[in-house]
Design a binder for this molecule. Structure first.
Ligand code: PMM
Length: 262
């Protein structure tokens, strides 16, 4: 899953793809590099980010989604707004990726039931302005697993088809570096749900801390690709990344290793 942030302030690539043409061109590049899905978002979720009005979000993402879909690219929309999810699917998106796990917008669940497309449900404890203060756990692995399992159960009870749910640990969302590594190190706990698992580690701060916090975003791509390969080896269904080509080669190693073990 290639990341395409049509935002002014994303921590990793904010401002680079704000114009529709530039964003679409980058989406095509991600697909050409081997992304199976291009994840288009119009609202930054970095720590401290302010909310973007749905109309503004939609003016950013809808033309890009329409254009990429028309050109045969499989697109997911990264949104917490039900109206954006609905309009994006109408514009061609085939997956809704909601980092709030359908908690931020009370209309998201009914919208997803009506749209009947897959939904990525992330572990989430609150918006960007408060999430760092909610990064408190006794046991991050079991708490994330239980909270996510509970969220999935609630969605199913409300009528979302289990076959339409994917889960994501929400790395960096109300989690510090140590929390992220513990969750990654126990990815099998989430894989055990029996649902496809999406992992988004690419370029996040905890990856930067491994190399050099002051290093460029690009310097985070190599360790991000290694994480992608390890996540794949431990059962992830998708990895959400910025550098698709590098990730593809890392995933090829994981794939070959798996074949060797069979
Ligand atoms: N992280 C970000 C945005 N969207 N979606 C999913 N499913 N999982 C994530 O971990 C995730 C996401 C924030 O990162 P970005 O600013 O690089 O897009």
């Amino acid at each position: 899953m290639g990341v395409l942030n049509v935002t002014s302030d994303s921590f990793s690539d904010g401002g680079r793809w704000l114009r529709t043409e530039a964003a679409t061109a980058h989406g095509l590049e991600l697909a050409a590099a081997g992304a199976d899905i291009v994840d288009v978002g119009g609202e930054s979720t970095r720590p401290g980010a302010h909310r973007v009005a749905p109309a503004e979000e939609q003016s950013r993402v809808l033309p890009v989604i329409r254009s990429l879909s028309e050109q045969g690219v499989a697109v997911s929309v990264d949104t917490m707004n039900a109206s954006t999810a609905r309009l994006s699917v109408e514009a061609g998106a085939i997956i809704v990726n909601d980092v709030s796990g359908a908690l931020a917008d009370p209309d998201m669940t009914s919208t997803m039931i009506a749209l009947d497309v897959p939904l990525v449900v992330s572990h989430w404890r609150g918006h960007s302005d408060v999430m760092n203060s909610r990064a408190t756990y006794d046991n991050v692995v079991s708490e994330v697993a239980h909270e996510l399992e509970y969220r999935v159960a609630e969605l199913i009870v409300r009528g979302v088809a289990p076959s339409k749910i994917l889960v994501d640990p929400g790395l960096g969302f109300a989690k510090n570096s140590e929390h992220n590594w513990q969750v990654l190190g126990h990815l099998d706990r989430l894989v055990a749900f029996g649902l496809p698992v999406v992992v988004g580690a690419s370029r996040k701060r905890f990856v930067g801390e491994l190399v050099d916090e002051l290093a460029s975003m690009d310097a985070r791509d190599f360790p991000s690709a290694v994480i992608a390969a390890l996540a794949a080896q431990h059962g992830a269904w998708a990895v959400r990344v910025h550098d698709v080509a590098l990730t593809k080669s890392a995933l090829a190693v994981a794939e070959a290793w798996k074949r060797g073990a069979e």
